[in-house]
Design a protein. Sequence first.
Length: 436
Amino acid sequence: TVSIALFTQDLRLHDNPVLHAARTAADQVVPLFVLDPAVEAAGFAAPNRQAFLADCLEDLDASLRRIGSRLTVRRGEPAEQTARLAAETGAGSVHVAAGVSAFAHRREARLRAVFGERLHVHDASLTVVPAGRITPAGRDHYAVFTPYHRAWQQAPRRTVLAAPRTLATPDGVGSDTFAAEGPSSPGVPRGGETVARRRWRAWDPDGYADAHDDLAADATSRLSPYLHFGCLSPTELAAHALRHDGAGAEAFVRQLAWRDFHHQVLAARPDAARYDYRTKDDHWHHDEEEAEAWRRGRTGYPIIDAGMRQLAHEGWMHNRARLLTASFLAKTLYLDWRIGAAHFLALLVDGDVANNQLNWQWVAGTGTDTRPNRVLNPLRQADRYDPAGDYVRRWVPELAHLPGPAVHRPWLLDGDYPPPIVAPEELTARFRRGRP
Ligand code: FAD
């Protein structure tokens, strides 16, 4: 007997419920990844993520070969390609992880239409607690993080699965090749489970509780791209962290709960990727020049500019910088959050519909923040989270000559730096005037 393990955002051998089930169901497994042109057409296949994905697929194939198998890559509509492969190999069942986006829901519906009962969807792969598994009374998802987190901590966990040591795969199955196209940002990390596990082992969560908001310390795990592509299992990470108790590990696991939280919102409300989740705000200011200054890291506020330049260079940005730059766009400039979210998605290696769109909505005040009217003041935030100015000097080299925190207010000392596009005393004015 033959089964198909359809890989999606779970490009790993360790703790992979889909692979495990496919292996239990049949004597031979065909590991499959389908490159869907619809993802490219929707603009979601950004060059930084494509480069990372190419590494992930190469690494997965190499790991599968070490256990006697290999990866089959096909290009086309996923249900159609899976059906073709099933016909070629005589596969009797198809295994896939449950997704949370509108795109994943559609893929699953198409697979269901083709395979019916022969399709097995596994919901405990993408997140620690499957979306929809815990719900408040009378609702299909949690809209507030704190009660969600409480329930999440109590929710039962599945056991972590070992990586298979052998995997039998039928011979003679053809595979397409995949190479990333288009230039990626110079600082994009290498993808794949092998690198992911090395990085994970090397990262020490001890300082995390105190330093995760310190921009210059760069003390966060940087595991987000690996979690996005499923090179690492969030279930395995959470289980491992909780065995090493300590404030750092606990704070890290709390971030994994945030990730789950946004996933369960999106699973229940796939429209939230595009439309305001709670507060409808159509009073946005329109100014393409300001949006462009923000994208290019030339707002005149070095802390904002530093974040945007880190994003352009690495395809990644520190969480505190994401909060600041997003608040600056949506609240200070009072531009539509979708403009900012689209720019992030075009560059982030960890760019993720659930985490990106719903974090943007959280910051813009249209989403799940219970204090939607807060506006982060970039100067106060800079003094607090980059007190010595080192993060700014790292990313805005033309200000490297300004000492200490003076780098946060170049208009007082340096006539060459772009002047602030919004005067410091006007940082909250548009939002207060324009908010319905
Ligand atoms: P760590 O601090 O080491 O956290 C561990 C893991 O927890 C992360 O890898 C990530 O998977 C998860 N996590 C941490 N913070 C959050 C959060 N606020 N929401 C959801 N998950 C979280 N994260 C993405 O993975 N993809 C995105 O597209 C994305 N867009 C964002 C956009 C905005 C405007 C904001 C404010 C945040 C966004 N985040 C996104 C969340 C967060 O900034 C990143 O996950 C984090 O910076 C990744 O760095 P790290 O791996 O070092 O995180």
